[in-house]
Design a protein. Structure first.
Length: 437
């Protein structure tokens, strides 16, 4: 453990994040972990600052012949423990502070599950629903070319995130392969299997959330069979988490939501029917399901305050706040999204005795299997789905146990334990490498 006797002051960053923003929350949680470690001022300053930040203009020709220019970002937070790793998201609210926060969370996520990666993140400020498939492809290819100076299989490896997927990664990989003059499979993860993707990657984050939920329930002495679950966000992560908890562990999923609707049935939802509806609905949304009266339609905000055994916020950041934390009635919260709980809300939940499995542990399944994909691409030797699932389960359960044991030894809650353990590993790597020159 990296411990010094002098308690450090707060260290400024290059910009002051807005109060309540994702970056403000991430920095507050980081500072709390640094305080627990009594970390040296210099180390704290290094970890608080991203190593590199790139903002790019992304012009594309629209289908009607006009030109639109979008703004893209790529942030590399830390390469102390290995190549930078992190997703690319397309969303109208993407900005530099959000990308900084997500890159920092990726550094800590990789450290807490002990992967040889640092953290990065990228994104484009765009509403992809307003672009055609051709426009999305041109956007992706131009963005890939613009951030290429930062990328590389041993420098920075992108992956899918919000509103991106294996098709996006295929376009990115192909663009870079054409510019490099040879196939570069290891430049990105989350690719189609035919292009060097890994079995089990699409389900990995959701499966990891399910594993984390079950691990916590069992440590609390609770059998997951029959326990009620509410899932906010029925995208890739939420769908897999809900279906795996129900099918493999016998949980009763009583509520689901996305941007279009929120469904509730205290007796349990028919997940097969809901999933089939979403697969074939416009925009792959819940809207239109249950018009025959088989479910109650509730407000998205009300889903968060249902009386359930497990709540999984798997949508976007800042969903549990100081305004609604007192109304949360779930016994356990498992964070499927990045940063769904603000710093202020976290303190309220802790005071109320609500157990939280933090995002950097709960949703680490995606980056774990991304690591497996990267390894397979480098070796050109690929694994079967069962091996991927077994390795994912082993890696995540080991990390969960390390955090649980560390929390017990230090008297920490799970989030503090995860952050302290992660920050210590990053700080130790920085110390042992030293400063260049």
């Amino acid at each position: 453990m990296t411990v010094l006797t002098k308690a450090p002051p707060q260290v400024p960053v290059s910009s002051t994040p807005a109060r309540g923003s994702m970056l403000a929350t991430a920095l507050a949680q980081l500072d709390s972990a640094c305080d627990c470690l009594k970390l040296d001022d210099g180390l704290r300053a290094i970890i608080r600052q991203p190593e590199r930040e790139l903002t790019v203009a992304v012009p594309i020709r629209r289908d009607d012949g006009t030109v639109s220019v979008f703004t893209g970002y790529r942030v590399q937070h830390s390469s102390a423990r290995g190549p930078c790793k992190g997703g690319i998201r397309y969303h109208p609210r993407v900005d530099m502070d959000e990308v900084r926060a997500l890159a920092m969370l990726m550094t800590l996520k990789c450290a807490v599950v002990n992967l040889p990666f640092g953290g990065a993140k990228g994104g484009v400020t765009v509403d992809p629903a307003l672009l055609s498939d051709g426009e999305l492809e041109r956007l992706t290819r131009r963005y890939a070319a613009m951030i290429l100076p930062l990328l590389g299989g041993k420098r920075d490896i992108p992956a899918p995130d919000v509103n991106t997927g294996e098709r996006t990664m295929a376009w990115l990989m192909d663009t870079i392969s054409m510019l490099e003059g040879h196939l570069v499979r290891e430049i990105a993860t989350g690719k189609p299997i035919a292009l060097g993707g890994s079995e089990g990657r699409s389900e990995a984050t959701g499966r990891g959330v399910a594993i984390a939920a079950v691990e916590m329930l069992r440590r609390l002495g609770r059998d997951p069979q029959g326990l009620s679950v509410a899932v906010q966000g029925f995208g890739n992560v939420g769908q897999y988490a809900a279906n795996i908890l129900a099918a493999e562990y016998g949980c009763k999923v009583v509520a689901l939501s996305d941007v279009s609707d929120a469904l509730h049935n205290p007796n349990g939802l028919d997940l097969q029917a809901v999933t089939a509806h979403v697969r074939h609905s416009p925009g792959h949304l819940l809207a239109g399901y249950g018009l025959n009266g088989c479910v109650d339609h509730i407000a998205n905000a009300d889903l968060l305050t249902l009386e359930v055994d497990v709540l999984i916020p798997a949508a976007i950041e800042n969903q549990i706040t100081a305004q609604n934390a007192d109304d949360i009635r779930a016994g356990v919260i498992v964070e499927g999204a990045n940063g769904p709980t603000t710093f202020e809300a976290d303190a309220i939940l802790k005071d109320r005795g609500i157990t939280v499995v933090p995002d950097i542990v709960a949703n680490a399944g995606g980056v774990i299997v991304s690591y497996f994909e990267w390894v397979q691409d480098l070796q050109s030797f690929f694994w079967g789905a069962e091996e991927v699932r077994a390795q994912l389960g082993s890696t995540l359960r080991r990390a969960f146990q390390e955090v649980w044991a560390f929390a017990g030894r230090g008297g920490y809650d799970m989030r503090t334990a995860a952050y302290v353990l992660a920050v210590d590993r990053v700080a130790s790597a920085i110390q042992q490498r030293g400063l260049f020159p």
